[in-house]
Design a protein around this ligand. Sequence first.
Ligand code: HEC
Length: 158
Amino acid sequence: MRFSLKFKLLVGFLLSFLLTSCTQKEVPPYVSYLSVSELMQWVIDPAADRIWDSVAWYSTLKGERAVAPHTQEEWDDLRNSAATLMEASNLLMIDQRARDNGPWMNYSRELGSTAKKTLLAVQAKDVQAVFDNGTLIDAACEACHLKYANFNSKKLDK
Ligand code: HEC
């Protein structure tokens, strides 16, 4: 039996397509060691707390009292926390942690971009901007929790 060149080409194309699509199921090189809950408790929450606790203004009987980083070490510590949040936003988007390919990704990216703005504010040693961006980080956490986390009875102590 003789096959036309067109037919042979078609079979060849289909075979190579099948072969490549079978071998394309690559295992990603990374491993997600922590669950979403552990990532929140051990990485994201402590880093966010560091930022939220670092700047504040209190009204006392003797007037305003400000809490802000003073030494370079304190500023560096704050920078590290912002950087941790920034990169942790990527960790939320990989593997089985991502709950979907839509809003979850947007909320995660929002966390990353607000943390990046905080990092820039830290590098500029702009206390007011650190505070303002800290509020934006808080909003990014809340937005995702509202949609995906079921905290019903569990109260988060921030
Ligand atoms: C992209 C979505 C998303 C973002 C952004 C996010 N979280 Fe979460 N977080 C969750 C989900 C989902 C849970 C529930 C995890 C579970 O129970 O499996 C959770 C749980 C938590 C918990 C409770 C963990 C536990 O199991 O006790 C804390 C604390 C927490 N998040 C803090 C934060 C903070 C702080 C931020 C922002 C700096 C943040 N999260 C940003 C999705 C998110």
